[in-house]
Each structure stands twice: as C-alpha cells, then as structure tokens.
Design a protein around this ligand. Structure first.
Ligand code: TYD
Length: 209
C-alpha cells in the first residue's frame, strides 16, 4: 500500500505551519496514520544542513551553494523519512518541499526554474507530492507579519524585493497540476476550514477519509 504525500507551501509568515498542525490533528481524529515533517530538515543529517542554511553568520553564502544544500537536505529527508513512511501507507504532511526551492532559489535568488528543477531531480528521486497546499498571503502582509517575530533567520532577513519575487514564483507555480491555492485572508480557523473542504473530496476519492 502506498500512502499520500501533502506539502504545505507559501511565503514566510503565511501561517502554513499552524495550518499543517490543524490538519494533522483533524486527520488523526479519524485514526489516520499521519507523519508530520518539515524542510529543510526532518532527519538527523538534514537538520544539520538546516542549521547551516539558516545561520545568519553565513550571510555570504553563494546562491548555488544554497540551492545545492537545500537539495542535499531534501535527498536525505526523502530517503530516510518520506519514502519509508509512504511505503508504510502513511499520510505525510510536509512543511515546505520542492516548490520552496523553485520559488526561493529559482525566483528569489534568480537561479531560474530549469536549473533548480535539474538540481532537485536526483534529490526527490521521483517522490513528488500528490497535493500541494499553497497558502496565499500577499507578500507585503506576510512580510509585516514575519517582522513581528523577534529573531529572523538568514532567509527571513532578506528584503521585501526578495520576498516579492518568491511570491511571484509561488503564483506562477500555483497553476501546475496538484496545486491547491488557499486564500488566507480570514482567521486561521477559516483558512483551515477551506483547506479541509478542498482536501476532503481528494482524500475520500483515495479511500483515506
Ligand atoms: P521554514 O522552516 O519553513 O521557515 P518558516 O517556518 O519561518 O517559514 O523555512 C526556512 C527558510 O528556508 C524559509 O525562509 C524558506 C527557505 N527555503 C528555501 O529557500 N528553499 C527551500 O527549498 C526550502 C525548503 C526552504
């Protein structure tokens, strides 16, 4: 039996981690076996790579190094956590995945989609999300929400111009198959209701719900 792979994407400060948690709790109420994980990270070695990526001391990091490190962390995470869970029939909920690299490194760092896709091909090794939930929050709003946090990591410290390009990238990617765009202009509970409404028919169709 193969499981079901759902990723959550969106700009920094869009609230996707909270939405992922709410959805996991909801699915668990039905007795569904859920694995919650995140990128960059999710496994021992990938979490170590995460620390390098987000460390503000590494401000000088080249964009190519950054893209390769995100892909390296992903290669580890896919092989150690995601694939094994899916092959056990679990529902995997992942906070960020491939689309973040396409948006942040492809658009934000201007490396371009073809190159970032190419780097990530061996990393994902055919393991692509069944569904991607894209939490749409306009970049200016997400940016000001993010600035309410006290400590910023390396990527969060980038300016509004960078975050606008990332958003533009997500919007372009949201037209791809398997993408569910969720408008997050309401409360976090309203947003969760919309996510459940959109996912329920898909999960029922797969015999999961
Ligand atoms: P994350 O832990 O999701 O941060 P937050 O919870 O604050 O949104 O992600 C850390 C940062 O890494 C975030 O700014 C987005 C960035 N990122 C990339 O640039 N490329 C990637 O492939 C991934 C997975 C994340």
């Amino acid at each position: 039996m193969s499981g079901f792979f759902i990723t959550f994407e969106g700009p920094d400060g869009c609230g996707k981690s909270t939405q992922l948690r709410f959805l996991a709790e909801y699915l668990e109420e039905f007795g569904i076996n859920v694995v919650r994980t995140r990128e960059p990270g999710g496994s021992l070695v990938a979490e170590k790579i995460r620390a390098i990526l987000l460390d503000r001391e590494n401000e000088e990091m080249d964009a190519m190094t950054e893209a390769l490190l995100y892909a390296a962390a992903r290669a580890e995470h896919v092989r150690k956590v995601i694939k094994p869970a899916l092959s056990e029939g679990k529902v995997v909920l992942c906070d960020r995945f491939l689309h973040s690299s396409l948006a942040y490194q492809g658009y934000g760092r201007r490396l371009g989609l073809p190159l970032v896709r190419k780097i990530n091909e061996p990393a994902v090794d055919g393991c692509l999300p069944d569904v991607t939930v894209f939490i749409r929050v306009p970049p200016d709003r997400a940016f000001s929400r993010m600035n309410e946090h006290k400590v910023h990591d390396r990527l969060e410290s980038e300016g509004l111009g960078f975050h606008r390009r990332v958003f533009e990238g997500f919007m372009a990617l949201s037209r791809e198959p398997g993408m569910i765009v969720i408008d997050a202009s309401g409360t976090k509970y309203e947003t969760q209701d919309i996510i459940r409404q959109r996912l329920t028919p898909i999960l029922k169709d797969k015999g999961i719900l």
